[in-house]
Ligand binder design. Sequence first.
Ligand SMILES: [Zn+2]
Ligand SMILES: [Zn+2]
Length: 146
Amino acid sequence: MTTQMEDPGALLRTAGLRVTSPRLAVLAVVDSRPHIAAEDVAVLVRERLGAVSTQTVYDALRVCTDVGLMRRIEPAGSPARYERRTGDNHHHLVCRQCGRIEDVECAVGHAPCLQADHDHGFLIDEAEVNYWGTCPECQAGRARLG
Ligand SMILES: [Zn+2]
Ligand SMILES: [Zn+2]
């Protein structure tokens, strides 16, 4: 599923955004670490660029999300996570123990979860499904403890 990221500068320009080094770094970091939390993005952006304010990183995350270059997911009880895989209505597996997140394809083909039983007149464009459970590592850890 991993593809080489297009030229991040071109991505920004196509989206109508000014190309800035924090935005380029934020795109590259999120591309290499799917489902990364904002504070971890800030750490990795600083490793690349030196001093960058947290606000600058958060702003870059917000504008990139607003124009659809990134998707923001917010599993309950977890800080917001960011990923570059957008527009395919994929879902997530979330480990209750360690917070690990994995992508899962939509359960029954192309965006079937958009077929709500009753849409109450809403124009629905996205469905968010989180499957909660325990990842293999946490299962193994529990088995050892037990
Ligand atoms: Zn886990
Ligand atoms: Zn994902």
